[in-house]
Design a protein around this ligand. Structure first.
Ligand SMILES: Cc1cc2nc3c(=O)[nH]c(=O)nc-3n(C[C@H](O)[C@H](O)[C@H](O)COP(=O)(O)O)c2cc1C
Length: 192
């Protein structure tokens, strides 16, 4: 698949085949894609846990989801990746103290999206989960207090059919040229 094909094929998948596990080889390929991601000062604060044990997945579903959006479909996912950040890495803390930007969150987001795109290439579906309880997740996965958990990612083989693409804002609405609010580019003229 080309990069554009991968980007266009990706969807948030909320319906997984529980009988089809993700192979260790594929989990390794996902982690390898994360490992090569950029990070502020190359500090690589991200840490990932591949959760495949049924009991622990059910514990996450039962105790670590927040009310209202309980992500009930998560129970069928054969793999949940917990996206964590080790906060006691000096280079990362110094940068954040000076600029006020929490680089570890950016770094983790980039690395996890590498996982998402690699998974798409491997024919796997994914769904980011932000609506979860961090303390409960720490308890279930034995994650130390100094480590943040900023996102979970469901991974597995989608049951057909894949969901339709969700709408996106137009380029005009989100991209500017030179200064805030200045239109990015006029639409190209028709024809050659
Ligand atoms: C940081 C983040 C957190 C998200 N949390 C959830 C979640 O808790 N539950 C869920 O069903 N989808 C969650 N999503 C998926 C979004 O709803 C989804 O990406 C968005 O609706 C666009 O749809 P698409 O991914 O299929 O293009 C999350 C996505 C991101 C990036």
């Amino acid at each position: 698949m080309t990069f554009d094909e991968i980007v266009c094929a990706r969807r948030s998948v909320r319906d997984y085949d529980p009988g089809r596990p993700v192979s260790e080889e594929d989990i390794r390929a996902l982690f390898e894609a994360a490992r090569l991601a950029p990070s502020a000062c190359n500090s690589q604060t991200w840490r990932f846990i591949a959760v495949t044990g049924r009991e622990r997945i059910e514990a996450l579903c039962d105790h670590a989801m927040r009310p209202v959006v309980r992500n009930k479909w998560l129970r069928d996912a054969p793999l949940i990746i917990a996206g964590c950040s080790q906060l006691d890495i000096v280079a990362n803390r110094v940068g954040a103290a000076v600029t006020g930007i929490e680089y570890y969150q950016i770094d983790l987001g980039i690395a996890m999206e590498h996982i998402v795109l690699k998974a798409t290439e491997l024919g796997l579906g994914t769904c980011w989960i932000g609506w979860f309880n961090e303390d409960e997740t720490r308890r279930i996965l034995a994650i130390p207090r100094r480590v943040r958990v900023s996102a979970l990612l469901a991974v597995g083989y989608p049951r057909e059919p894949l969901p339709d693409a969700r709408p996106r804002k137009s380029l005009d609405a989100i991209c500017f040229a030179d200064t805030w609010g200045r239109p990015f580019a006029p639409a190209p003229p028709d024809g050659p």
